[in-house]
Ligand binder design. Structure first.
Ligand code: CP
Ligand code: NVA
Length: 315
């Protein structure tokens, strides 16, 4: 069912309904097929897109850039030393300037409040390319990959092992609640998502049939899982926490034994990447046939393209 997302920002998965997320995934699959067929389009023709990066990026930056070029837009990369955002210029002033020149703005950085302020003042759609709190575009790629492997999302069991209160834990929980997924976080209690967000997601889950669980025993958590997911133990900006996290998260590493503990032969392994092999995942699982991490990385392109096309494109 087509949905009208024109002019909308994407700051967290809470911004979109389950139907809108499903629509974005269908559009992503269509755009993927189009790209595979070698067809360049004009769905973003004449658009100028600002790409603000306070933190480094391989996938997100390249996905936005290539998606723009595939569909006729011009991407402009603005690194942290290129503009005054938040240093010599108020965020709301930069937002109003960029909004006069660009048709859409991607922001990757630290504070969720900055991407929210950009969206409040830019007058054009703003897309969250990762903050300390959320990474919503990543979840679309993860869900497209799940859909490709299992044909659906509703009723799948997805288990996230590791730092459950980081941007990935938070965003996977919201996305799963929206899409009726059985989502389990396997982590020590001190790394569970914050209570307020869990309650909010439980409210969403009550409408969609999603199940949300929080488990300290990794082996118990993964039973019956269609997919095991993990992320780095110390996110960008909190590298000083690595020693502490290694001590806390050792038993949540995704290794061959944990994969086997799902009791399913078709369990897949997912990771947003970049990965630190030997920490959150072993090299053998990362390189195994069950690992779909490069499909998932490619899907960043198709899903990010869908977000831009749906919110500012010529459709
Ligand atoms: N997964 C992801 O966001 O990767 P990058 O940090 O390389 O953009
Ligand atoms: N949690 C990670 C995700 C990287 C895509 C980080 O914020 O560094």
């Amino acid at each position: 069912m087509p949905q009208n997302l024109k002019g909308r920002s994407f700051l967290t998965l809470k911004d979109f309904t389950s139907q809108e997320i499903a629509y974005l995934l269908t559009l992503s699959a269509d755009l993927k097929a189009k790209k595979r067929a070698g067809i360049r389009g004009e769905l973003l023709k004449g658009k100028n897109i600002a790409l603000i990066f306070e933190k480094p990026s391989t996938r997100t930056r390249c996905a936005f850039t290539v998606a723009c070029i595939d569909e006729g837009a011009h991407p402009e990369y603005l690194g942290k030393n290129d503009i005054q955002l938040g240093h010599k210029e108020d965020v709301k002033d930069t937002a109003r300037v960029l909004g006069r020149m660009f048709d859409g703005i991607e922001f990757r950085g630290f504070k969720q409040s900055v991407v929210e302020e950009l969206a409040a003042f830019a007058g054009v759609p703003v897309w969250n390319g990762l903050t300390d709190r959320y990474h919503p575009t990543q979840i679309l790629a993860d869900f497209l990959t799940l859909q490709e492997n299992f044909g659906c999302l509703k009723g799948l069991k997805l288990v996230y092992c590791g730092d459950g209160r980081n941007n990935m834990g938070n965003s996977l929980m919201i996305g799963s609640a929206k899409m009726g997924i059985h989502f389990t976080i396997a982590a020590p209690e001190s790394l569970f998502p914050e209570k307020g967000l869990i309650e909010e997601c439980r409210g969403i889950a009550a409408q969609t049939g999603a199940v949300l669980e929080f488990e300290t025993n990794a082996k118990k958590a993964v039973a019956g899982a269609h997919a095991l997911y993990t992320d780095v133990w110390a996110s960008m900006g909190e590298e000083d926490k690595l020693a502490e996290r290694k001590a806390l998260l050792g038993s949540y590493q995704i290794n061959a034994e944990l994969m086997a503990s799902t009791g399913r032969s078709d369990t897949i392994f997912l990771h947003c990447l970049p990965a630190v092999k030997g920490n959150e995942v072993t090299e053998d699982v990362f390189e195994s046939a069950a690992s779909k991490v490069f499909d998932e990385a490619e899907n960043r392109l198709h899903t990010i393209k869908a977000v831009m096309v749906a919110t500012i494109g010529n459709i």
